[in-house]
Design a protein around this ligand. Structure first.
Ligand code: AMP
Length: 424
């Protein structure tokens, strides 16, 4: 192989693209069924936008470059910041809520492994303009609905609440920026205690935070233990109450099967309240297929602060998870028929025939001048259900021959009727 794809990137063959497009279609349909509308943003953005509030972990992995005019640019590592930039610049004064979705490639300079790539795809939604738990609940419901429609059987939902964690820190005077750092350390699972020492969170607050982070598992128990632990922290209790309300609303969607995990912090700086992650346990180390939550980002891009929630699916991991479960994708969308001219003399007629057939069917014209026998063998190999044979004699009577490749049966069809013909 003389040229390989760059490390961490992939080619997709036709079969795989068909599966990916099928899954993409299902996801889009679900997003649109809840009223989300698609937006698209550039593949690269200014470095400033991408680094504004993306979290330390992502900042370390940015593909950053200078263009020929010395501008600092970056390939997008995710799509929430670009979508919110677009909202602030162009949709800020639309009636609320503004519901957006996106599907696009993202880039992170990470160490490639199974389920971790340098170019990968995200599909996600942003619900802008409602601070209420019903908005947060809808966001979670949309994610689960998509998984269900895709047919994924085995996945786990974990819900947390960064608002509770931030409230504990705020009560001991920790600034927003320092809170971001703590969230980042929690997400990475390292250096939390050292960081608390550094920023001077000691005594009861420190203990409260560390113990809250460990609260995970069955809903009732976690809420009860958290309420006891945070008894004297008014702000944290208010946040906990919001979480409780959210969980009640989720019941209305029939969503009961999840674990609560107050140790979820997520790697991005902009989360403020509810956060959630979905895992496909069969994927091993890189099992997180979805991440999201409630956040505040518009003000960072010069807009008015506004409550927002959203999530992003890691589309590639989702595909891996579906394949692990051997989920059946829609059948190959091969063309329904191959139109075979029996000689060069009838080529023009064969083109007309194929154009008429395309009214209702996907159809291919034989382009390599195969003799009829070879063309039929090829059609068989490629799985065309029908072949239309365009021959001199039938043409002169205004007919072509339609061959059912499955049964081998042939019949004549009037050319003037081809536009109405529906194969498959
Ligand atoms: P994040 O934007 O970090 O919250 O990521 C959202 C989702 O994107 C994750 O849950 C993963 O499924 C997926 N993801 C993140 N980074 C990668 C990567 N390097 N390769 C493949 N998928 C990724």
């Amino acid at each position: 192989m003389r040229f390989k794809t760059p490390r961490g990137t992939r080619d997709f063959l036709p079969e795989e693209m068909m599966e990916r497009r099928y899954a993409e279609r299902v996801i889009r349909e679900v997003f649109e069924s809840y009223g989300y509308r698609e937006v698209a943003t550039p593949t690269f953005e200014t470095l400033e936008l991408i680094t504004a509030k993306s979290g330390e972990e992502i900042r370390r992995h940015i593909y950053h470059f200078k263009d020929k005019s010395n501008r600092d640019l970056a390939l997008r590592p995710e799509l929430t910041a670009p979508a919110m930039r677009l909202y602030v610049n162009m949709l800020q004064f639309e009636p609320k809520p503004v519901k957006l979705y996106y599907f696009g490639n993202c880039f992170r300079y990470e160490r490639p492994q199974s389920g971790r790539y340098r170019e990968f795809w995200q599909a996600g939604i942003e619900l802008i303009g409602s601070p209420y738990p019903e908005a947060e609940a809808e966001v979670i419901a949309v994610a689960l609905d998509a998984l269900e429609k895709l047919g994924l059987m085995s996945y786990e939902l974990a819900i947390g609440h960064i608002g509770v964690l931030r409230a504990i820190l705020a009560e001991s005077g920790v600034s927003g920026e320092e809170q971001d750092k703590v969230m980042s350390a929690i997400d990475k699972g390292e250096g939390v205690k050292e960081l608390l020492d550094e920023i001077g969170v000691a005594g009861e607050s420190r203990e409260k935070l560390l113990r809250t982070l460990k609260l995970a598992g069955e809903r009732e128990r976690v809420i009860k233990e958290a309420a006891e632990l945070l008894e004297n922290s008014e702000k944290a209790l208010t946040e906990l109450e919001k979480l409780r309300e959210l969980l009640n609303i989720l019941e209305g969607y029939g969503i009961k099967n999840y674990s609560l995990d107050l140790g979820i912090a997520r790697g991005l700086d902009y989360y403020t309240g509810m956060v959630f992650e979905i895992y496909a346990p069969k994927l091993g180390a890189e099992k997180q297929i979805c991440g999201g939550g409630a956040y505040s980002l518009a003000e960072v891009f010069g807009g008015e602060a506004i409550a927002t929630s959203g999530f992003a699916f890691g589309f590639d991991r989702l595909m891996l998870a579906l394949k692990k479960e051997k989920v059946r994708f829609a059948p190959a969308s091969n063309a329904a028929c191959l139109v075979v001219p029996t000689s060069e003399a009838v080529l023009q007629e064969a083109i007309k025939v194929s154009r008429a057939l395309r009214k209702h069917n996907a159809c291919e014209l034989e382009l390599t001048r195969k003799k009829l026998g070879k063309a039929l063998r090829y059609a068989d190999q490629r799985g065309f259900p029908y072949v239309v044979i365009v021959g001199d004699e039938e043409l002169s009577r205004g007919y072509v021959v339609l061959r059912d490749m499955h049964s081998g049966e042939q019949k004549e069809v009037k050319i003037s009727k081809l536009e109405e013909l529906k194969l498959k």
